[in-house]
Design a protein around this ligand. Structure first.
Ligand code: ZN
Ligand code: ZN
Length: 338
């Protein structure tokens, strides 16, 4: 079968590799669509991640072979699947830190979604695989995993109805956050350097927008909220976005770090202010089977608008083009059709 091997950030090759075999508790899925996630981009650029490798974890595909012990799915079913599964028994899981579970980190679809066929294990089938009804929009199903990550991030912060959130960065994740927070009863100030994206943010439900390239974020937020925002969600994390957030949070507010900060992850922050103003700095990483289920329901019931976030659909041979378009912020998400 064909698979996209990443050798480094500039070199991707479609190569022939063995199609995975399956055991009686497993399934073979023929990929239909896969999306490029920000976390794949982090892995592509991280020299510490072993290469060549097949990346990708957003799966919409068709069951082509179901092991004889599989009863919930049959050949021909169209499914969406996600890659990590917690054990639900370890110290991390019992404390709600499911994405820190060692089993969570080890589990993955094989070999990765950027190829023609993948294998789903017994645990994947049990916890993170959902059948898609025949009349569904298959492209929208690709957003279940990223939305599930956002749902977990919103679950992890405490807020009341009408509380104000800042959403920093209006890429795909920011746009999902804006709609999800609105759905959860919060109001959103969207912050981004790109005016086109800010208009889209308003269209999708942001109550206010700020462009730091020509507006003073801290002052604007003071004008909007008086006391500052209750929660800041950083889908872009760097010294500017974090330090700004610490300035414009209300006393007792929370900043939730959602986006990776990459190489520039060491910088100073004003701990005296964190202490005296009782600020909370926390993070949220990945999704759980429960948030995947909820994301599935939100998308199936069309509670959020995904169509403006879907543009070009490319063949996997155009992977580099898709990556470049996403890095240059020309498209929200690179989507590949197998
Ligand atoms: Zn992802
Ligand atoms: Zn665990």
């Amino acid at each position: 079968m064909k698979a996209l091997l990443c050798y480094n950030q500039n070199e991707f090759k479609l190569e022939e590799i063995d199609r995975p075999g399956i055991l009686k508790d497993e399934m073979l899925i023929e990929m239909i669509y896969t999306g490029l996630c920000g976390s794949d981009i982090v892995k592509i650029f991280d020299p510490a991640v072993k290469k060549p490798a097949v990346f990708g974890h957003e799966v919409v595909g068709r069951v082509v072979e179901a092991g004889k012990n599989i009863t919930r799915f049959k050949s021909g079913d169209v499914v969406v699947a996600a890659h990590h599964i917690p054990c639900y028994r370890c110290h991390y899981c019992l404390h709600g830190n499911h994405s820190m579970c060692r089993r969570f980190k080890e589990t993955n679809i094989y070999p990765g979604s950027f190829c023609q066929y993948i294998r789903l294990s017994k645990e994947h089938i049990r916890y993170t695989t959902f059948k898609i009804p025949p009349d569904s929009n298959l492209l929208e199903a690709l957003f279940i995993e990223p939305l599930a990550c956002c749902i977990r991030a919103v679950d992890r912060v405490t807020f009341r109805k009408d509380d104000v959130f800042s959403v920093v960065g209006t890429g795909i994740i920011g746009m999902l956050f804006i709609q999800l927070i609105k759905l959860s009863g919060g109001r959103v100030v969207a912050i981004d350097l790109d005016n086109n994206r800010l208009s889209m943010a308003r269209f999708l439900g942001a109550a206010y927008t700020i462009n730091p390239s020509n507006q003073n974020v801290v002052q604007e937020i003071k004008d909007i909220t008086d006391i500052g925002v209750d929660i800041a969600i950083l889908s872009v994390t760097n010294k500017y976005t974090l330090n700004d957030a610490l300035l414009y949070l209300r006393d007792g507010g929370t900043v939730n770090i959602f986006g990776a900060s990459g190489k520039e992850s060491r910088f100073g922050i004003d701990f005296e202010s964190v202490y005296k103003r009782e600020l909370t700095i926390m993070s949220s990483y990945s999704a759980t089977p429960e948030t995947l289920r909820r994301a599935y329901d939100i998308i199936a019931s069309r509670k959020i608008n995904l169509s403006p976030l879907i543009s070009e659909i490319m063949p996997l041979s155009d992977f580099k083009k898709g990556l470049d378009l996403m890095l240059k912020r020309k498209i929200y998400k690179a989507i590949f059709k197998l």
